[in-house]
Ligand binder design. Structure first.
Ligand code: TYD
Length: 393
């Protein structure tokens, strides 16, 4: 049974940035509620939005916008070559190529349903299918050769139908082939009170416990896990077909599962407790903003993330609180954040001449951003973050 534990209110589609000429149009909204399945321990949003409404030719998110992500993919590619030496790789959700660019063009293909992004890697000479991943596509790609590695980061959490995904993976992989999945970790999400990991595209936030149960149905099993820092704390799962005896199951798997059970990820009470923490987080963030506004200080946002969309709309933060957001992504610049309708301006280095306090929308890139804005920080510039608790830093 799926039990609801969190209500994040009525929300617009997180990556649907608004053009100035459309500001008066009514936005599509949906009820963002989160639930826990007490049978397989899966945490998911209760109402989903059709994939065509979210992942289309206007999709604004680009992995290569951040050095942290580029570096993470580069390091992973190096590790993959050393540990698995794959001859043919498929990346599902190849975005703008931050991962596949680290491989020989003959050895890798990308799958990216967002046409604008697929064009980027196509132009670079990488074979890219601008289609949704599924059995038909998997048959088409592996007509001549089966894949010995399928990689997918921050994509499985976006896809509702596991049946289609894993049947396609099963078909595409060679006998010894492996699947590497990387997605935000539920354990980290709860520990950080990162309720903004929930938005229309993040249908699921996985625990190892839940993923193991899902994989089990499709005769796959996890043989290794790495905790990685990307997207506020993610897990990288190394998965094989159950009858593939080539890889031993690492002790890391048991360790991770024990950690999750100890934290209470099997118990509904843990999620109800998270709800309380989220309510408190909202209260504290609003108090901080009110205090700063009472002092007539100017607040701007940094990183117009999909995550910020959840925070702004759930907390009711708007133009009266945050003057504008800065972002480096060309598709977002001069558009407005969904719901709150706060303007997104082209990034330029922070300066105390222009701003007093900065709300960190891209909190998952805190280290990278703080490095970049060293001068602003050294001169006394302040940030607001809501992770793990709202505070000024
Ligand atoms: P991200 O947090 O990865 O994703 P999501 O939208 O899934 O919540 O998005 C990071 C955003 O922050 C992206 O729009 C690029 C922007 N950004 C900057 O503007 N400057 C930076 O230095 C970094 C690292 C990111």
């Amino acid at each position: 049974m799926i039990k609801k534990f969190l209500d994040l209110g009525s929300q617009p589609l997180a990556n649907s940035y608004i053009l100035k000429k459309n500001l008066k149009l009514k936005e599509k909204k949906f009820k963002l509620e989160v639930g826990f399945n007490d049978k397989n321990f899966l945490v998911s949003i209760l109402k989903t939005v059709s994939k065509e409404k979210m992942f289309n030719k206007d999709y604004p998110y680009k992995s290569s916008e951040s050095n942290t992500m580029k570096q993470s993919f580069k390091n992973l590619a190096k590790k993959i070559k050393k540990r698995f030496n794959p001859k043919f790789i498929i990346e599902v959700g190849s975005n703008d190529g931050a991962f596949i660019k680290n491989f020989d063009k003959k050895k890798v293909v990308g799958v990216e349903p967002c046409y604008n992004l697929a064009q980027i890697t196509k132009k670079l000479g990488y074979k890219t299918y601008s289609e949704y991943w599924g059995l038909n596509l998997s048959k088409k790609i592996t007509k001549i050769q089966k894949a010995d590695l399928i990689y997918s980061a921050n994509t499985l959490s976006h896809i509702e139908n596991f049946n289609e995904i894993f049947r396609a993976v099963d078909f595409a992989l060679s006998k010894k082939g492996i699947l590497i999945l990387e997605d935000p970790s539920l354990l980290k999400c709860l520990k950080n009170t990162a309720y903004d990991q929930f938005y229309c595209e993040h249908i699921y936030v996985f625990s190892t416990l839940a993923l193991k149960n899902i994989l089990n149905k499709f005769n796959f099993e996890i043989f290794d896990i790495e905790n990685v820092n990307t997207h506020g704390g993610s897990n990288r799962y190394f998965i094989k077909k159950r009858d593939n005896r080539f890889y031993k199951i690492s002790a890391n798997v048991k360790k991770e599962i024990s950690k999750e059970i100890r934290f209470g990820l099997k118990k509904f009470s843990t999620y109800k407790n998270f709800e309380k923490k989220v309510l408190n987080s909202k209260k504290k963030l609003l108090q901080i903003i009110k205090k700063l506004k009472n002092k007539k200080l100017k607040i701007i946002g940094y990183g117009a993330t999909a995550k910020s969309c959840t925070v702004l709309n759930y907390c009711g933060i708007g133009k009266q609180d945050i003057d504008y957001f800065l972002d480096t992504t060309s598709y977002k610049i001069n558009k407005f954040l969904p719901g709150s309708k706060i303007l997104i301006k082209k990034y330029k280095k922070l300066s105390l001449n222009n701003v007093d306090v900065v709300y960190l929308g891209a909190w998952n890139f805190k280290d990278e951003i703080f490095k970049k804005e060293k001068k602003f920080i050294n001169e006394g510039g302040k940030f607001i973050t809501h992770i793990p608790l709202p505070k000024i830093i």
